[in-house]
Design a protein around this ligand. Sequence first.
Ligand SMILES: [Zn+2]
Length: 364
Amino acid sequence: MKQIFFPLIITFFMGFMSCQTIGINEDKIIGVKIYDHEGDLSILFQDWKNTGINTLFVSPDLARKQGFMELARQHQMPVFLIVPTFFKQELLDKDSSLYAITSEGKPAVEEWVQFVCPSRGSYQLEHLEYLRSLVQEIQPDGMSIDFIRYFVFWEKVYPNHTILDLPRTCFDDTCLIQFQQIKNIEIPDGIVSVSDKATYILKNHGDEWADFKCTTIGNYVKEIEKVIHSINPTTIINFHAVPWASNDFDGATRKVAGQDLRLIAPYVDYISPMCYAHMVKQDAGWVKRITKDMKNQVPDKMILPSIQVGKAYLENELSNIEFRENLEAALMPPSSGVVFWSWDALALEPEKKRIVKETLESRK
Ligand SMILES: [Zn+2]
């Protein structure tokens, strides 16, 4: 079905984009991520238009604000809803049995990052229903699926780290049972503790374990696509990818995050790596490298890097020069555009907003 719809979707979407009156970079998505806004929405839309923004990635709460979707239609700005998948703090606060479990047998929590186990059928169904209700209620142009991976706080993974520094999940009973059934592998009876089971699996069946994780995520993306397109077959799907190239950290994108782009690509239109270079101590060359690597993995997909605007996690400032370099890198082929994380950060820094405008105008 997807193969039939895909060209239609793109034709529709590009047609939609080319109708815009902003006149800059009509072939590329120039997006912002924004989660909330107090104040006049008309001024906000005008500000986006003046800056050269043509696509919005927003929280369902913001999209529900009185007049938001109408203004988006008036300004011909497609709206994607950003929806977290396995990052569900409120749910975990209520039901701690849903936590993903680390190789030490502990709940998967690091600072604010805490993950639901990706194998729980009841949670998966509940979340699919939630997505269905969002598409029905808000009728967005796109869905931007976020936190769809196994637990990892990648925002604090730096170039000097190795895979040994990264968390390995999920070793709760559900994942362990499904893994053994699907892969026809039996953990020996004498191995009892979660940490011993994890050690046994990673040492003896590492490849099967990575395959199991990637298949779990890929299958769920397939379910998500089915539900979204059952309501509206033209809804665009964007996938938020951990910003690691396929061989970085010994293949951690598959082994740790469970994101195998080749398994995900058939069900999405865009792959959007979160190329927040500054926070992970990388530079503009890295933004280009990640974008290229992902395009090489899935050549028929559009790669849409998202870049960092304000400082986060680290104390040192993200300078205007660095921001400009990252922006230019993000816009280079084979990229399909750029998404700024976040609009709030951009709104706070008029000089960076000016850099965006200037960079986009220079590309006309
Ligand atoms: Zn699990």
